[in-house]
Design a protein. Structure first.
Lengths: 248, 248
DNA sequence: TATTTAATTGCACAAAAACGCATAAACACG
DNA sequence: CGTGTTTATGCGTTTTTGTGCAATTAAATA
């Protein structure tokens, strides 16, 4: 087996299970531990995964770790401020959940006038602080992990909505693989959200770039705006400068 | 399980419950106490949590935990503890919003197993901290005043539910006028909630007794339980000792 | 104060990683 | 073709890391 094939195999395992054990790979690929370690090291150097004692974890897994730290917060405020320029008075906006979206809501100008649909209770509570925003909370099963409503009932209701703009966070975005996610239900949810909105803006910190997870939400073409904390001209965004995708 | 995964697990627990017990983690993760202690120590070194005898607390525990602002919190905790006796495993419970209900949710035993429908986002978020509770958030227009969902859509959905018990706070209760309220929409909402539940429990602090407001929600006969912070034998409750109304 | 419960410390052991070295296949090029 | 070079891999040996055990100390509780 060629090195490249091994690398691909490892990355598939990572995307599938979020983790690999060195010992498992030794067995599966039938090579020495050293080879696996070298492989993992090389993938780390390429920034494709995260190495720990005993194996490796997916990058996204790792980054979900320090979400609550202050450093990420500054980036998120930066993202939020950029995203605000997308909101015009009178708009109907649909939002997901997550810390980035929440930060966005907190940064909104006080006098903004709009209708917001959201699947996140926390976002709803935050939006309620604005006098001229009408808030509609989309109900359904409540996910303990993601802190948003999900399930068939939510999807049905989304299908009855037509929003001008959908704002969502993401755990992974990739130039060719597009938007991907790990959980089936969240995946379905995001698809439905995108489907019922004229345009979609993805808010994500740069750590989430160039990652692809196991379930596909939509191709990059379905997204209208990509908002990161990086400067518009940053090299990391080069691969995302495609037709129809506005970067800010 | 890799060390990093354990750390991640612990942080999740901390973010969810604001605290963890060493002994719980030993069980959940199936490792020795020593390992858990070392894990906790390492997370402390990284500044991610705060260690105490018996377990650890979230770092934000001190700063963000400002419950002193909740009016009459002690009374509400007392009410909450009494109300918990009404909940049996397997029940389908419907709750409203308000600080009393929120306090009730916070006091629930950790291992409780039930299905909760709620119109309050904050209650939903709080309920999500219990592993064995299924949470369904009823969606609709979001009221900035009451912090609950309301409107036709909510009423429609309530009509499709059959709950064992409805828990609600109230702004007024009166021996002859029954439950009353000031706002039309909230009034409609409460009617619908009572209608779809086999039994209704009203949680209220004693100062709401003997008050009657503009709009009638239901007669006192429609209520099964009245829960206050007062002793069962207190004179203030004398007028409420009517047939079918259990006072506790 | 006594008693239980948790935390600390030092130690041992196994698993994994790192490092240097040897080997061999693949490649480059006159 | 032959020879030097690069690249990929595996084998020992040494370090580091992760974990559990036992004895002791400290803390909470009655």
């Amino acid at each position: 087996m060629l090195k490249k094939e091994r690398h691909d195999f490892i990355m598939r395992q990572i995307n599938l299970h979020n983790r690999v054990l060195t010992s498992d790979l030794v067995q599966l690929l039938n090579v020495s531990e050293d080879t696996i370690r070298r492989d993992l090291q090389e993938l780390v150097d390429e920034g494709k995964l995260f190495k720990v004692h005993g194996g490796a974890l997916s990058k996204s897994y790792h980054s979900s770790f320090d979400d609550s730290t202050v450093y990420a917060r500054d980036s998120k405020i930066g993202i939020a401020k950029k995203a605000i320029s997308l909101i015009k008075d009178g708009m109907v906006v649909l939002t997901g959940g997550g810390t980035t979206i929440l930060e966005f809501v907190k940064q909104l100008p006080q006098n903004i006038e709009a209708t917001f649909f959201t699947i996140s209770p926390l976002v709803a509570v935050e939006l309620a602080k604005y006098d001229n925003i009408e808030v509609v909370l989309i109900g359904g099963l409540f996910s303990k992990n993601s802190q948003v409503t999900y399930g068939g009932h939510v999807i049905t209701q989304l299908s009855e909505i037509k929003a001008d703009l959908c704002l969502m966070g993401t755990s992974a975005i990739h130039p060719t693989d597009g938007l991907t996610d790990t959980y089936w239900e969240i995946n379905q949810l995001k698809k439905a959200m995108i489907a019922c909105s004229k345009k979609t803006a993805v808010l994500c910190i740069s750590e989430k770039l160039d990652i692809s997870l196991r379930l596909k939400v939509c191709p990059i073409e379905s997204i209208s705006y990509l908002v990161t904390e990086l400067d518009e001209q940053n090299d990391a965004l080069a691969n995302y400068r495609v037709k129809h995708l506005n970067i800010l």
